[in-house]
Design a protein around this ligand. Sequence first.
Ligand SMILES: Nc1ncnc2c1ncn2[C@@H]1O[C@H](COP(=O)(O)OP(=O)(O)OP(=O)(O)O)[C@@H](O)[C@H]1O
Ligand SMILES: [Mg+2]
Length: 362
Amino acid sequence: MIEFQSVTKQYQGGQPAVDQLTMSISPGSITVFVGPSGCGKTTSLRMINRMVEPTSGVITVAGKDVTSVPAPELRRSMGYVMQSSGLLPHRSVLDNIATVPRLNGVAKSDARKRAEELLDVVGLAPALGKRYPSQLSGGQQQRVGVARALAADPPVLLMDEPFSAVDPVVRDELQQELLRLQKDLAKTIVFVTHDIDEATILGDKVAVFATGGKLAQYATPEEILRAPANDFVASFVGRDRGFRHLGFTPSDGVTVHQVPTVVRGLHGSFDSDSAATGWQLVVGADGHPLGWTGPGNGGGLIPGGSLFRPGESLRRALDAALSSPSGLGVAVDSEGRVLGVVRGGEVLALIEEARQVRQAAL
Ligand SMILES: Nc1ncnc2c1ncn2[C@@H]1O[C@H](COP(=O)(O)OP(=O)(O)OP(=O)(O)O)[C@@H](O)[C@H]1O
Ligand SMILES: [Mg+2]
């Protein structure tokens, strides 16, 4: 749906910012541009909606050369989310979201109604609509930025490091939110980041740019982690790539074992078997895990590690075991109720098995 054909951008007096870029972006998917600072990600993104004009080459969207569409019209047909939320400071949140529909001639009351719906879509309370951008947290502003980009319901969404200004927890939330939204919306999203983890979490395809505006590899996240095309990609993807690749290995064979549990009563006390000597998982009356009691800690509650849901990757299974004080990873069902535990050693054995299967297939 979006095609770059030998696209080069040379700003005055410099090296090419983007050098002979040829790539094809499928409709309805998330494509991530990733690479070090200054490698031409933003320039490539902005050439799609003509905020930057190429020096040479052609870009087409839905088969149409973008230079055949007047730039303002083209820009309004694509949602654009900037790194800093880019909200208008003297307009309320709702008015910010309604900006592009208003420019497109949508009646004020309709545009506001749609803006209210979008607040809900991006997970913001209705009361925030009347506030000004400076009265919101960074993460809330980013959500408003996404709502504003969605307001005109454009088929294409361009996002330039939209989540880079927020803390890791909010960032994780925003990423999951975007993936959830995309399931329903199926937009063609081009997303820029310099974080390889974010790229592999979000991207259906990932384009790794090298310094000098050259496309170093364009492939699925799984392939980039498993088989980097060259030394540049290998070093950019970094040291933990073996571990990250586990995120794409299914956990089908992993065994969920029974675990000794104690139920926490209504008043916060454990109905504990005082004779117990090993690790026991403390579970709330609703079946949710609360933590562990260990040998020799006098029955106090020790916070648990990450949780594993069967069906998730081996990376999650291993992390659940490694982050648990007992060394046993807690498995929960889709409602968050305890199913049992997974053992780190068994997960490692499955990882080795998966590697041998992959190798045999080569
Ligand atoms: N308006 C401009 N005039 C001159 N040079 C520019 C201009 N905009 C960008 N450049 C140069 O083009 C190159 C690519 O810049 P670009 O902003 O596309 O990089 P980027 O990959 O988005 O980097 P970052 O991760 O830091 O945002 C850089 O060397 C930059 O200095
Ligand atoms: Mg940039």
